[in-house]
Design a protein around this ligand. Sequence first.
Ligand code: SF4
Ligand code: SF4
Length: 185
Amino acid sequence: MPFFETVQEILSYYTCPSTCPAICCKIADINMDEKDLEMLRQTPEYKDKADRIESCNEEGEHHYKICPPCPFLESDRCSVYDSRPGLCRMFPFNICNMPDVLLLFPCDMAAGIFKDYVDYSEKILKQPVPAATIDAFEESHSSINTKLNAGLPIPMLLIKINCLLQFKEYLGSGLRFQGNPEIPV
Ligand code: SF4
Ligand code: SF4
């Protein structure tokens, strides 16, 4: 994934709040390749679990898949954190079937990213995020637990991949926004 390193650098500016019960690990399918699987197998105490990961062929592509809730999640913490698959290293960003965008899952960490993205769009892109999008994200973020408990789909924000590099540079600049009281985390 050409944008993987950029996403890693973006995420280095944020942390998951300790209060989050690892929602992403309970709802997302984790597709992985042989390299990811090998990383998991290298932790002896988790090798058995890794060996039980489903092998799939979808649309002619071979990969491995963990279905939620992830068996490596223990007491709401990742037990294989340093060996976790590439897709897990992208949370709360998610890959989708549209080639030009990533999805942003509206969890607490994503709320911090979204605040900065709103400011970046206004200051750097000169294309303010529409108020309706801000409202939709806020609604999605504030109702995430209700929707999860009710088994309802959780709308995600679309982030254009071609903005990621510039957004990362913005985060490293002195222009970074320091908070917006209108978008609660
Ligand atoms: S990425 Fe989001 S949902 Fe996953 S643990 Fe962090 S804050 Fe929670
Ligand atoms: S491997 Fe770790 S980070 Fe990935 S879904 Fe499982 S518990 Fe979560």
